[in-house]
Design a protein around this ligand. Structure first.
Ligand code: AMP
Length: 216
């Protein structure tokens, strides 16, 4: 069986950090649609060219681009597997489509974890976030600093601020989250699959709570 665990929560809630940490400990596969799209943009693929402008403004990339990526990913994933979906689905249409794509490839959405955190904490986290442009590893100047300032622990490349972590874009991403993505919470609540995780603690604390939930 291919089991999908959907990570929900506002930008900055720590979905990527928790999903990466728990995936490394449990053998699950961390699927970040944001990272896949950033890679497509960097490589200049057709999907990347379509996604670029939307991503830079903090808006959502058209659903069809995501559907192609997710269908391919599910088809190429060997059975059995546990997949942590970080960043997909991001609106109700995507949540419904995921049910169909999963069924077509013998997968099921087992649960949806909502990482709950206050707006103040989100703003602080997004402002201090740094990413590695080469390998995609994520850091934070305060809560998850790299061993050497500005340098990726994993591959040694110079860390950067994501283009969409600039203050004006952050505000827009939070609006998009409230209007488009927050309704996805109701989708999984109605399906009886929603689990809430207190994501206000440190990266290690949140990862421990997430691991406890996915191991239940
Ligand atoms: P993230 O790394 O998850 O914050 O995603 C970065 C950006 O990629 C988002 O602001 C969107 O522009 C785009 N993106 C990622 N996942 C999706 C999705 N499921 N639907 C639409 N756009 C997405």
């Amino acid at each position: 069986m291919k089991n999908i665990v959907v990570f929900l929560g506002a930008p900055g809630a720590g979905k990527g950090t928790a999903a990466a940490a728990v995936a490394a400990r449990t053998g699950a596969r961390h699927v970040s649609t944001g990272a896949m799209l950033r890679d497509a943009v960097a490589r200049g693929t057709p999907a990347g060219l379509e996604a670029k402008g939307h991503m830079e403004s903090g808006g959502l990339v058209p659903d069809e681009v995501l559907y192609r990526m997710i269908a391919e990913l599910l088809a190429e994933t060997p059975d059995p597997a546990t997949l942590f979906f970080d960043g997909f689905p991001r609106n109700e249409a995507q949540a419904e489509k995921l049910e169909q794509l999963a069924a077509e490839s013998g997968a099921t959405v087992a649960s949806a974890l909502l990482l709950d955190v206050s707006r103040e904490a989100l703003l602080e986290r997004l402002g201090g976030r740094r990413v590695c442009p080469k390998c995609g590893a994520g850091f934070h100047v305060k809560s998850l600093p790299p061993k050497v300032d500005g340098v990726c622990d994993a591959c040694g490349a110079a860390l950067v601020v994501r283009a969409d972590d600039r203050p004006e874009t952050i505000a827009h991403r939070l609006e998009v989250y409230e209007s488009a993505t927050a309704p996805v919470i109701g989708f999984y609540e109605r399906a009886g699959k929603l689990r809430r995780v207190d994501a206000s603690g440190s990266a290690a604390e949140v990862a421990a709570l997430v691991e406890a939930e996915v191991s239940r």
